[in-house]
Design a protein around this ligand. Structure first.
Ligand SMILES: [Zn+2]
Ligand SMILES: [Zn+2]
Length: 249
C-alpha cells in the first residue's frame, strides 16, 4: 500500500517535480527551463496533479511519470495541451504564425541541448559550447519548419567581435540573430551589441522582423525579462523581438 504525491508542472508543460509533498525543496515558483510560472493543481477544478507513487517503506527510483495532458478529475485540458494542439493545427493549416513557431523552437532549445548530451553508450554528440554550436543547432531546427533559410555571414563592428551567421528567412521577411552569453558578454555588453545590430538590420531591405535569440545556459543575464522588454519593439519599419533562454537560474 502507498499513496500518490503531487506533481508540479510549468504552464508550458515542463515537469518541475513529482514529489511536491515529500520533497518540498524541489518546488519552484518558475520553470528553470522556460521561465513560465508553475502549478500543482488543476486550474479548472483545483484537484492536485497526480505525482509519484510512494510505496510504504520503499524508496522508488523508477522513471518519473509523464506529465498528464488532461485533468483526471474534471477532464479539462491542462494549459500546456492547448499550446501543443495549436502548434499541430498551425502546421497543418500551413499558414504558420511565425512568432508562434519560433517561440516553440526557442522555448525548447535548452531541452534539446540537454537531450543531445544523452547519447547511447556515450557516443559522440553535438555539445553546445559556444555561439557557433548554437547557430548550427538552431539552423537544424529551423529546417523542420522553413524551406528557404539563408545564412548570412558577417563581422559585426563592435570591438573584438568574430564573424557570425544570422539567418534570413526570405519568404517571411525575417532575420534571426543568434547569440550566446559568456563571461565577456553579459547584460550590458549584450544590450549594447543588440542596439547596434538592430540599427544595422533596419537598413536591410528584407528584414521586417528581427528576432534575437540569446542562449544563456550559465545565467549571466540577471534580469532577462527586463532586457527583453527594453529591446522589444513594434516599430512599423521593423519589429524587434528578443528572447533570452533559459530563464530563472
Ligand atoms: Zn517550463
Ligand atoms: Zn480538473
Amino acid at each position: 500500500m502507498g499513496n500518490y504525491d503531487v506533481m508540479q508542472v510549468c504552464l508550458n508543460g515542463h515537469q518541475i517535480t513529482e514529489n511536491y509533498l515529500k520533497s518540498p525543496q524541489f518546488r519552484k515558483a518558475f520553470c528553470t527551463t522556460c521561465g513560465q510560472s508553475t502549478i500543482h493543481q488543476c486550474p479548472s477544478c483545483g484537484s492536485d496533479i497526480k505525482g509519484a507513487y510512494h510505496y510504504e517503506r520503499v524508496i522508488s527510483l523508477g522513471p518519473s511519470a509523464p506529465v498528464p495532458d488532461i485533468c483526471e478529475y474534471c477532464g479539462e485540458d491542462f494549459p500546456w495541451r492547448e499550446k501543443k494542439n495549436r502548434l499541430v493545427k498551425e502546421l497543418k493549416e500551413n499558414k504558420g504564425d511565425n512568432l508562434f513557431i519560433l517561440d516553440q523552437i526557442f522555448d525548447k532549445f535548452h531541452l534539446v541541448v540537454k537531450q543531445l548530451r544523452q547519447r547511447y553508450n556515450d557516443r559522440e554528440t553535438l555539445d553546445v559550447g559556444d555561439e557557433y554550436d548554437v547557430q548550427d543547432l538552431l539552423h537544424s531546427l529551423l529546417v523542420i519548419f522553413y524551406d528557404d533559410i539563408r545564412p548570412e555571414e558577417w563581422t559585426p563592428s563592435y570591438a573584438g567581435a568574430s564573424s557570425r551567421t544570422d539567418f534570413l528567412l526570405k519568404d517571411e521577411n525575417m532575420v534571426i540573430e543568434v547569440k550566446k552569453t559568456r563571461k565577456t558578454l553579459k547584460a550590458r555588453q549584450l544590450g549594447e551589441e543588440l542596439i547596434i545590430d538592430i540599427a544595422r538590420y533596419k537598413k536591410h531591405p528584407d528584414c521586417k522582423l528581427l528576432y534575437c535569440f540569446v542562449y544563456d545556459p550559465d545565467g549571466f543575464i540577471v534580469n532577462p525579462k527586463g532586457l527583453e522588454n527594453d529591446l522589444n519593439s513594434d516599430d512599423q519599419e521593423m519589429k524587434v523581438r528578443v528572447k533570452i533562454i533559459p530563464k530563472g537560474h
